[in-house]
Design a protein around this ligand. Sequence first.
Ligand code: UDP
Length: 354
Amino acid sequence: MKIVSVVGARPQFIKAAAVSRVFLEFSEIDEKVVHTGQHFDAGMSDIFFDELGIPEPAARFDISGGTHGAMTGRMLMAMDELLSEHRPDLVLVYGDTNSTLAGALSAAKMHIPVAHVEAGLRSFNMKMPEEINRILTDNISRYLYCPTDQAVTNLTDERYDNRDCDILLTGDVMLDAMQGFSPLARKPDIDLPSKFALATVHRAENTDEPDRLAQIVSSLNNVQRETLPIVMPLHPRTRNAIASSNLDLEVTIIDPVGYLEMLWLLRSADLVLTDSGGLQKEAYFCGKPCITLRDETEWVELVEAGANFLTGAQGSEISKAAQLALELEFEPNLALFGGGNCAKRIAEHLTRGR
Ligand code: UDP
């Protein structure tokens, strides 16, 4: 079975690392990885290929920047060409980026079945580019691999059970990644206090709204002053937005780190503050409380479990949650996320289960 897997952004490299290494154990699968170039620099891309053993991409498009439409359009053109040449039996896409949508749309128009890893997630906020990408991708996918029960419920609520597609509860591939790569976790080369919070911010809804970004920066500064020091691997988009708004972020800022260093930071932190989808779950997998700097989350089971405080950008809410979160102790229920066998379930379904 010839599979073309499409990746382009940081979280997709991590997901692909977990899936591709399992695919290698299945002799029926011949996988080619395509890198669209959406994330391209050493810290956001190369390090993941180097450290996580992802197969060298069979093609790189080097498409990044520009408007969402322009980026997606250029990717579509490149995908059309690549798929006409390779004619795979299946195209596999991950998550909710422009690369996901371009890969899925090009394949669907050529009648090549699409498998969507992380299907069925919904924030119910159509202002998010990610929400648009994931809804459209689900609509044109043949195989919908859902990370959670909630994702399956979302699809059945939208009547996907009446369509010509397979919905499968596979569990969450990020748990596979964390379990697989944890033994390699590595301390970053920086001085760290014994107690600290780990923070990341990169969602457009936070970085592209100057008022909201200012609120988040001031909230993080408050937590740093009043509760505990914060270490923040800063996404390039956020760094630029902070600089153009002349904001003064008083936490310890470091460059984005590779996944192995991130795993070490996660394990060592006392608290996570983030707007990242992946990090919310990784915090939970490690038994760390998480403050989510968004107004809604796709990962509602974390909020229901009491491990995730959904605060938005409000300073008072964030300070209050930080105090509460530091008192919290919990055992993660990894079964909620499939226990770490997602990639194997996908490979078995593709080769034997269809
Ligand atoms: N991550 C990383 N280095 C960083 C920041 C994040 O390796 O400096 C990892 C993080 O642990 C998670 C993934 O990148 O596995 C999440 O990516 P991101 O937050 O960019 O996207 P999202 O999950 O929100 O789609």
